[in-house]
Ligand binder design. Structure first.
Ligand code: NAD
Length: 360
């Protein structure tokens, strides 16, 4: 089979980690008999430098024409002084909106070999952590009405509107219930229904959906409590579903309790099988170009792409097992290095993963 992938390498360490993800994909393709073709898409700071726009005309269309998108990271110090609407990160919002990517899936998985990197006390994570945060990605406060106006007595006033429609909540709710059904059958919906009208609607719609999923246990948490519970008793969670703003924060919190941001993949899904896959981390300008970046998040993002968009589950399993085997063998990039381990760079990590990919 042939699969076409739009590659957005982006800025900073983006090209380095995507380079390794592509090597791993090609190696897995060779072993399992698939061909992956790549279409390069310019977006982010590099696109600003070359074209003047973070998301040049045609970029969304090229991505849409592919089966899936694999993205590194965008942004960096070089573009930090640009006004908000012109910064590289606007490319991400444009891609999410333009591609209809409404569901962000972030697994927070604590690998046994990295248990020591978890900042929580060992008794809180004994038995491992395996949480998925499902975040609504194209609605809420990030896309609501926003603006500033001069007031007579309080100076400049700025506002951002949080809003959700029933249909938006239902759509993301279904993704989360479906995911919970395939996993531990527990779904926690997070909102701020004690204060926000939009959250009261969120809670009502999610509760109504539960009738279609009698096998999934649904509970609700206020976002402040959820943030606390994630560090107090993280093993209580299976799937968490929440809106755009709360999800942005909680998914970062959930990822940090697994030790390193360099390990965490993510998927942003549209209706159907189309998705954009990217590591959770940013462009890490402090280590860019030094062969220090951990490519595992990008490689695991590629594995998620095989699983969710291409339905190549054995291939995804093989890549994930190879990553685990590299960790078990004691190889570490500097971000996850501890005494007694073997410190290796970005490219060698890719090679070590490739040599461990096995067909079951
Ligand atoms: P960051 O994730 O880039 O870096 C935070 C820290 O983690 C840094 O010390 C970095 O060296 C380290 N780190 C990140 N990824 C790593 C990896 N794979 N291996 C080893 N170490 C890694 O976050 P930041 O510093 O807040 O942001 C830097 C730039 O990236 C900013 O311009 C920001 O807007 C952008 N950003 C982009 C995305 C994206 O493209 N999806 C996401 C977050 C931040």
């Amino acid at each position: 089979m042939k699969y076409s992938i739009a590659l957005v390498r982006g800025d900073g360490i983006g090209p380095e980690v995507i380079g390794q993800a592509v090597r791993v994909l090609d190696a897995a393709g060779g072993i399992f008999g698939h061909a992956f073709t790549y279409e390069e898409v310019l977006a982010g700071g590099c696109a600003i430098d070359r074209t003047g726009a973070a998301l040049p005309p045609g970029a969304v269309e090229t991505c849409r024409a592919a089966d899936a998108v694999l993205l590194g990271a965008v942004g960096g110090w070089k573009w930090d002084s640009l006004p908000g609407g012109q910064r590289p990160e606007t490319a991400l919002l444009g891609l999410r909106k333009g591609l209809g990517l409404f569901a962000n899936i972030r697994p927070a998985l604590l690998f046994d070999a990295l248990a020591g990197a978890c900042p929580l006390r060992p008794e809180l994570t004994a038995g491992g952590l395996d949480i998925v945060v499902v975040r609504e990605l194209t609605g809420g406060i990030y896309f609501g009405e926003k603006g500033t106006r001069q007031t007579e007595d309080m100076g400049l006033l700025a506002y951002d509107v949080e809003q959700y429609s029933e249909e938006e909540v239902r759509r993301i709710g279904r993704v989360a219930f479906d995911m919970a059904r395939k996993r531990g059958k527990k779904l926690t919906s997070v909102d701020k229904a004690n204060v926000l009208e939009s959250s009261r609607l969120w809670r009502r719609v999610v509760t109504e959906l539960a009738a279609d999923y009698p096998d999934v246990v649904l509970s609700h948490l206020y976002v402040d409590n959820a943030a606390m519970q994630l560090v107090r008793a993280p093993r209580q969670f299976d799937v968490i579903v929440t809106g755009n703003l709360f999800g942005d924060i909680l998914s970062d919190e959930a990822s940090m309790i697994t030790g390193s941001i360099g390990m965490l993949p993510s998927a942003s899904l549209a209706q159907g099988n189309f998705g954009m896959y990217e590591p959770v981390h940013g462009s890490a300008p402090d280590i860019a170009g030094q062969d220090k970046a951990n490519p595992m998040a990008a490689v695991l993002s590629a594995a998620m792409m095989l699983r969710y968009t291409f339905d190549l589950r054995a291939e995804a399993d093989a890549i994930e097992a190879a990553v685990k085997a590299v960790l078990d063998a004691g190889y570490r990039t500097p971000d996850i290095f501890t005494d007694g381990m073997k410190c290796i760079g970005t490219a060698e990590t890719g090679s070590r993963i490739i040599e461990r990919i096995r067909k079951p």
